[in-house]
Ligand binder design. Structure first.
Ligand code: SAH
Ligand code: SF4
Ligand code: F3S
Length: 471
């Protein structure tokens, strides 16, 4: 048994990160899934979604097949998120359901992985109170999942294996894409920013960039497989390469991905700190880098930004923001905002509203601050009531809707480029897709356009989506 430790997880060492190419293997004795099924529930960010694609591929290589109904599956996996309390609660609720299920079907194997598995408090609770959880593994040893599952299935004994310290980079892990035309591509793991409210640097470990050759090879393979769009993934992608190279950063990587000829390139998430002028220049220079930037601001108050450890001010954020808006044609900029950080005053909050009015973001993901055990902010005493926090969130969300609609209205009667992904839920003759500015659009067009990037005229605009027809 190996359990996590937050103090260990916090340490950053200069230890060399090994890049291993042959670490993952499915041997004959691991093919235990014939005539058995699996079901994965995924919580959290794109990184977790992508990890679930990896877990699916591993299970299928072991012979398991996918089952859409959790209640019928032989192996149930909860790939969890630790970012806020409500993500936690959802998982604990689900574990309760699985407990009952196990009483009816004692042979189910229950697995818990992802960011919650990296938390000491969670693993302690599972250990003490949740005997029906058979396997716990963390974010650093996902490649060991088939070995661990095989052991649990054969021994019928519980296994907990979570490393606190980040491990090596494991290349050549398989994954099954949910989407035929789009794919996520990890470019780096972990985060060293240590924003004071955030658990990610503890659950995902230190920043480790993948070698650019490996990333480019992956993109080339995806192109051969019919993929038109890649999203380069990392907690702060602008810092790509800083841990690995002296002279190769996100700018260089973007240019090399451009050269593969992939039709569309996106990247998330950008931290304002590492975003250079050269990046703006490159985004503007190449048509296949989409004019879409997710640039979390978190707060508009300099006092709060400092307490959050964000390393920029409202003014420097605005300067960067305006540069992007001025220089990148038709750019769409979205953000994340936390309200109710410890001791946030009405004045602080008004600074956030003011910043929002100035930026008129295309969209924002807004959250009430949630204390995470082990982070510095969780130790700050807080005099803001939940009621006030909820009220602030509502006020902010009104602005979010207002400007989401306004930015969509600007596209009315314009022609936009859309990757058609499939038939929409609305009607059989309506297709759905995303514009190059990452806006959801329902398009009146022929089914034969699925998997193509086409020109669409926007015919109506709503708050969260657009309608259009092919031209
Ligand atoms: N790496 C990204 C964000 C990852 S987490 C970045 O730095 O921008 C996604 C979002 O969750 C964050 O941008 C933040 O707005 C929110 N978040 C993180 N920790 C939180 C907490 N403790 N309470 C509430 N929201 C939080
Ligand atoms: Fe969390 Fe900050 Fe890292 Fe984003 S940059 S993952 S908010 S610590
Ligand atoms: Fe959640 Fe972990 Fe992502 S905490 S947001 S799943 S990195």
């Amino acid at each position: 048994m190996k359990t996590p430790n937050m103090l260990e997880a916090k340490k950053r060492t200069k230890d060399k990160v090994n890049i291993l190419y042959d670490e993952y293997k499915i041997t004959k004795d691991m093919k235990i899934g014939t005539n058995k099924t699996y079901h994965i529930k995924t919580y959290g960010c794109q990184m977790n979604e992508h990890d679930s694609e990896v877990l699916s591929a591993m299970l299928e290589e072991m012979g398991y097949s996918k089952c859409d109904v959790m209640e019928d599956a032989d192996v149930i996996i909860l790939n969890t998120c630790a970012i806020r309390e409500n993500a936690h609660n959802k998982v604990f609720g689900m574990l309760g359901r699985i407990k009952h299920l196990r009483e009816e079907r004692p042979n189910i194997i229950t697995c818990l992985c992802g960011c919650m598995a990296q938390e000491e408090v969670v693993v302690d609770e599972v250990k003490k109170k949740m005997k029906w959880v058979d396997l716990v593994f963390g974010t650093h040893n996902i490649h060991r999942f088939p070995i661990l599952l095989n052991e649990v299935a054969k021994s019928k004994e519980r296994e907990i294996e979570v490393y606190s310290k980040e491990g090596d980079i494991i290349e050549n892990l398989p994954y099954i894409r949910d989407n035929k035309y789009k794919s996520w591509v990890n470019i780096m793991y972990g985060c060293d920013k240590f924003c004071t409210y955030c658990i990610v640097p503890y659950t995902r470990g230190k920043q480790r960039s993948r070698r650019h050759e490996d990333i480019i090879k992956e993109v080339n393979d995806l192109i051969k497989d019919g993929v038109l769009e890649v999203t380069l993934l990392g907690q702060n992608v602008n810092a790509y390469g800083k841990d690995l190279y002296d002279n190769y950063g996100m700018e260089n990587l973007l240019e090399d991905v451009v050269k593969t000829g992939i039709k569309r390139i996106k990247f998330v998430t950008s931290h304002p700190w590492d975003f250079t002028d050269k990046m703006i220049e490159i985004i503007n220079k190449y048509d296949n880098i989409l004019p879409f930037i997710h640039l979390p601001v978190q707060s508009g108050s300099n006092r709060i930004l400092k307490l959050m450890g964000r390393r920029y001010t409202k003014e420097s954020y605005l300067e960067l923001f305006n540069k992007m808006r001025d220089q990148i044609k038709n750019v769409s900029i979205t953000t994340d905002i936390i309200v109710g950080f410890p001791n946030e005053t009405e004045e602080d909050f008004k600074e956030t509203l003011d910043l929002y009015e100035k930026c008129e973001f295309d969209l924002a993901y807004t959250f009430i601050y949630s204390p995470r055990v082990g982070t510095p902010a969780a130790k700050m005493k807080d005099d803001v009531s939940e009621e006030v926090k909820k009220e602030r969130l509502e006020r902010l969300n009104k602005l979010v809707s207002k400007y989401a609609k306004k930015s969509n209205d600007k596209l009315l009667n314009k022609t936009v480029s859309v990757l058609i992904e499939g038939v929409s839920e609305k009607a059989n003759d309506i297709m759905m897709g995303y514009t190059d500015t990452n806006k959801l659009i329902n398009v009146k067009t022929d089914k034969s356009n699925i998997g193509k990037i086409i020109d669409v005229k926007v015919t109506s605009s709503k708050t969260w989506s657009l309608d259009g027809k092919s031209v």
